[in-house]
Write a protein that binds this ligand. Structure first.
Ligand code: GYE
Length: 379
């Protein structure tokens, strides 16, 4: 008999040997032993209030009848328990993550996994290693598994329309986490939770203006090409630059949101003929800024002083670098989306109304605040 579908008695059928063993041992034991045995079985099966139950059994006369009563009680309690469990079927969620490219991402993954565990959700987690094709494959596999809800953080904005149509056809709702997609049919996802990346870009540019008095020759380390945060952070940053005629981006290249590529691209920037003009680095995330700091130090340049650095995320490493005077500003982007994400997912699974867009709350941190703020940072 299939225990998932058969209701109360299925749980009993799963443990017949333990039940029989218990019944037999109780029948041949002294009352004290039977009490102890019964107590341990109650604990083994996680039955509620074993103490009371065994007290009740203990006062029954005769060892054989005690054993019988014990088994009957156990059967009843376990049947009740499994019925309750069946009624509360686990929610199955498929989550396709971008990868493990940055400290931000690692914190985001941890937040999602721990929140799912806390809520007893069956999370099918898949890491796309920053490749869109892996993500499409993962989503297809979630559809084939018949999960209740699909959530994902799209590596890039475009190219997901066909697979999202497949999910829609299968009747599986999709929630976007952290990054957006561009689709012609907005009904292909139910909700999108994440930061306002355009606003982050604006905040970064305002900080550059503050640091330089509005005179900046900027090298820009762009995030993953085609990703929502790279597109929108650039957009917000450039929007503010239009107000400052003496602030210009003089070099711009993608470092794919990783520390290693951030370092590599910064090395190339520093070899350019106009490298001496750079007085600001704007990095679309902290990891790339941290890689660039290393490149500057190796080239004998003082990061944070010779070249001012503004980046986005607010990870621990950025606060450490600010404390050491090597990074000037980090614009916060909160990765701890787990609790809010699963609030949304649970509502979606229960067919409740959810907002199409949920924006996370974030701040900006300057060097002078770093030491005091560091112990409070959760990622
Ligand atoms: O800024 C970066 C990560 O999508 C907001 O992705 C996220 C970005 C984050 O790799 O560090």
């Amino acid at each position: 008999m299939d225990s998932e579908t058969s209701g109360g008695t299925a749980e009993i059928i799963r443990f017949p040997k333990e039940i029989l063993d218990f019944s037999w041992k109780v029948a041949i034991s002294t009352p004290e032993e039977s009490y102890r045995l019964g107590f341990s079985v109650c604990e083994r099966f996680n039955l509620s209030n074993p103490q009371n139950m065994m007290k009740r059994l203990y006062v029954k006369p005769g060892r054989l009848s005690l054993g019988t009563v014990a088994v009957v009680c156990l059967v009843g309690l376990m049947a009740g328990r499994s019925t309750a469990e069946d009624a509360k079927k686990k929610l199955v969620v498929g989550f396709s993550q971008v990868g493990a490219e940055s400290q931000w991402r690692t914190a985001n993954t941890e937040s999602i996994k721990s929140e799912a565990a806390k809520r007893g959700i069956d999370l099918r987690f898949s890491d796309a290693q920053q490749k869109e094709e892996n993500q499409i494959k993962a989503i297809r596999s979630f559809i084939a598994q018949g999960v209740d809800v699909i959530a994902f953080s799209p590596v890039v904005e475009t190219g997901f329309e066909p697979v999202l149509q497949e999910a829609k056809k299968a009747g599986i709702p999709v929630v976007l986490s952290d990054r957006a997609v561009k689709v012609s049919d907005p009904s292909l996802y139910v909700s999108f939770i994440g930061s306002d990346f355009i606003e982050e870009g604006r905040r970064a540019a305002n900080e550059v203006a503050k640091l330089t008095g509005g005179k900046a020759k900027i090298a820009e380390l762009v995030g993953t090409v085609g990703s929502a945060p790279a597109i929108d952070r650039k957009k917000g940053f450039e929007e503010v630059l239009t107000k400052y005629p003496d602030m210009k981006i003089i070099m711009s290249q993608s470092g794919d949101f990783t520390r290693a590529k951030g370092k590599e691209v910064m090395e190339a920037f520093l070899k350019a003929p106009n490298a001496k003009d750079i007085n600001v680095l704007f990095a679309h995330n902290d990891d790339m800024a941290l890689g660039a700091i290393q490149a500057m130090e190796e080239a004998g340049i003082k990061p944070g002083t010779d070249i001012k650095i503004v980046s986005i995320d607010g990870v621990h490493g950025a606060f450490e670098a600010m404390k050491d005077g090597k990074l000037n500003v980090t614009v916060e982007c909160n990765p701890l989306l787990g609790p809010q994400l699963f609030d949304l997912i649970e509502k979606v699974a229960n067919k409740q109304e959810v907002p199409k867009r949920v924006v996370t709350q974030e701040g900006v941190y300057e060097q002078a605040q770093a030491a005091a703020e560091l112990p409070n940072r959760k990622y």
